[in-house]
Structures are given as C-alpha cells and as structure tokens.
Design a protein around this ligand. Structure first.
Ligand code: AHM
Ligand code: MG
Length: 336
C-alpha cells in the first residue's frame, strides 16, 4: 500500500501554500496576487494533463509578437492568467510573452505581473514538461499600466518570482526575496503543499545544458568554453561533464535547483541583431532571481542579468545560469 494511502490533510503537518504565504510574506496584497495567479496555474495544469482529451494540443495557427508560431495551449494559458489577474484589485497591469502590448488591469493596483504563460511549449505535443514563469514588480504610484515604460525595471526590483512546472507532478517554485521554496500540487484537493525549504544550488557541477546545434553560431569565447568542457579530465577544466538538453527552460532550471548544473542560451549569430533567444522580462529575470536566491549565479556572460536595464518588454538576453563556480568559469572565458 502506498505510504500516503490513508493521508488525511486535517491530520497532516503539511503546510498549504496560503498558510506559508501568510506567515512568510509581509505584504498581504502580494500574497493575494500569488494566490490569484495559482488559480489560473491549477487550471492550466488540469488542461495540460487532459492533453488531447481536452482538444488542447497542436498549433493555434497564428504567430505571436515574438514571431513564433503559437500552440493552442500558449493561447489558452495566456488567456487564463490574464483573466485571473485582470479581476484582481492588487494588479495594476500585466505583460506577457504572448501579448504584443502591456495590458492595463486595475488603476489602483500596486503590482505588475510579467509572465511566460507556457515556457517550452514547442514540447507540448510530445508530452514533455512545460511551465509558467512569472515575475512580480511594484509599480510607481500613478504610473500608467498601458505604457511600456511602466514595466521597464531591472530584475533587482522584482518583489517575487517563480514558475509552475507541469511535469509528472505540478510544482510551484517561488521566491519573495527570502530564499526559494517549492510546493507540490495535490490534484485531489487542489492545494499546493510546501515540499522544500531554502533550496540551495550546489556551487560546483559536472552537468551542462546548451543547444549544441547552435555551436557554429556562438561567439568564439563561448565556443572555447564548451570545447574545453568537452575535453573532460584532459582539458583545462579538469573534469568530465555530462550533458542534458530538454529544450524547456523551466525543466532545466528545475533540474539545476534540484541537483546543480549550468544552463546556457548564449548570444548567437542566427539573428545577429538580437542579444539572445530568451526574453529578459519573462524568462531571464525571474529565473535569475530564483537562482541567486538559491545561492547560484545568473549572467549574460558579461554582466549580471538582474542588472540589465530593460529598454523593451519583449527584450531578449543572453543567459548563463546555475552553479556559481561554473558560471564564473564562463565569465572568465569571456574576459580572456
Ligand atoms: P518559448 O518560451 O517559446 O517556449 O521558448 C523558450 C524555450 C526555452 O524553454 C528553451 O530553453 C528554448 O526555448 C529552446 O529553444 P531551442 O530548442 O529552439 O533552441
Ligand atoms: Mg519561454
């Protein structure tokens, strides 16, 4: 019989997300925003799980503002989160990877929510882990939520960041600036329960994640680092590395928060005018806050991601994040 067969939540010491937030977060309005966001994420988790049965797989046959083809679930996830946030008095506005412009919510609201509704969605049809990534900023009083400039704060200004992973389990990974905590959804009762406290990323690693098929487009500095890494024990880095590539940033970062590693999506010359593939406001900043809060590092290879001054909500960024010593190695190669 499984250990939890007779589990009754009234008797258990497991802490609900809401209880945790009430005890851990000083601003009740921020608690309400995270709680409201989770209503949408639970709905997304349900739809992802039903998959083909809910008719949600496949392409939406439209192109988003990023120039990428949207999946049906990209559109569904975006709409669900938008609906949840728009009715919240605490939310002034939102910006999404799937929306061309910022969306005004409630003029009196204090918070701005920026999100990638379904990261890794190119994997959805093959049933590989995807997730929602979010970043919460505090708005200047009187700022106009329809203006892009209202959202252009650097990552250091984030008051909360996290992701919900839709994998074998649905897992929320969250920081409100006091460490990283993970919560697992019990779908039987629709509650997230606290699982891991004060998550730490090991400082060293022997595991890397990068899309090697882009190798010929990287800068020489990145090529040199990866070439040396592939030389293993005989190379200047002096150890044998293993490689993982899920093509789903949420899943890669979750692995790194679980056992360490380095994730890289560096600049490449396929589209030379873009500083990277991933988006600063929806992917780079929230993941950097989580990684740093867990003791890791996050860099463009030249500067700290959370210190990059944004100039547009859809701005791209080069990403190198994970175990601190390995990120330092990459930075060192870029100084040579
Ligand atoms: P998305 O937000 O449209 O899903 O794109 C981001 C994803 C990341 O999750 C992943 O790391 C990367 O794109 C993979 O891209 P590729 O396999 O095309 O190199
Ligand atoms: Mg994404």
């Amino acid at each position: 019989m499984p250990a939890d067969f007779n589990l009754t939540y009234l008797d258990s010491n497991m802490q609900r997300l809401r209880t945790f937030l009430d005890n851990h977060c000083d601003n009740p309005d921020l608690v309400a925003v995270i709680d409201g966001l989770m209503v949408a994420c639970k709905d997304i988790a349900y739809k992802v799980q039903l998959g083909g049965l809910a008719g949600v797989l496949g392409s939406a046959e439209q192109i988003n503002v990023q120039g990428e083809s949207q999946k049906k679930l990209d559109v569904i996830a975006n709409d669900l989160i938008k609906q949840a946030l728009r009715i919240m008095p605490q939310v002034k506005g939102l910006a999404s990877e799937e929306e061309s412009d910022a969306v005004a919510c409630n003029p009196e609201g204090e918070f701005l929510v920026l999100f990638d509704p379904l990261d890794g969605s190119s994997n959805i049809d093959v049933n590989v882990t995807v997730g929602t990534i979010f970043s919460v900023l505090q708005s200047e009083p009187g700022a106009d939520p329809t203006y892009e400039a209202t959202y252009l704060q650097c990552g250091r200004e984030q008051v909360a960041a996290g992701y919900v992973l839709y994998g074998p389990s649905t897992i929320l990974v969250l920081t409100v600036g006091k460490g990283v905590y993970t919560f697992t959804l019990d779908p039987r009762v629709g509650e997230f329960y606290l699982q891991r406290e004060k998550v730490r990323v090991p400082a060293t690693t022997k595991e890397f994640a990068i899309n090697m098929s882009n190798q010929r487009f990287w800068l020489p500095e990145m090529k040199n680092y990866v070439n040396d890494l592939l030389l293993g024990e005989q190379g200047p880095l002096g150890k044998r590395y293993n490689m993982r590539w899920i093509a789903s940033m949420v899943a890669e970062i979750h692995r790194i928060l679980t056992r360490g590693g380095i994730f890289m999506y560096p600049y490449d010359s396929r589209e030379p005018q873009k500083p990277g593939k991933l988006r600063l406001m929806y992917e780079g900043n929230p993941m950097s806050m989580l990684i740093e809060q867990a003791g890791g590092k996050a860099s463009t290879a030249y500067e700290n991601i959370q210190e990059v001054e944004p100039t547009s909500i859809h701005q791209r960024v080069s990403v190198v994040m994970g175990s601190a010593e390995e990120v330092d190695n990459v930075i060192r190669y870029h100084k040579k």
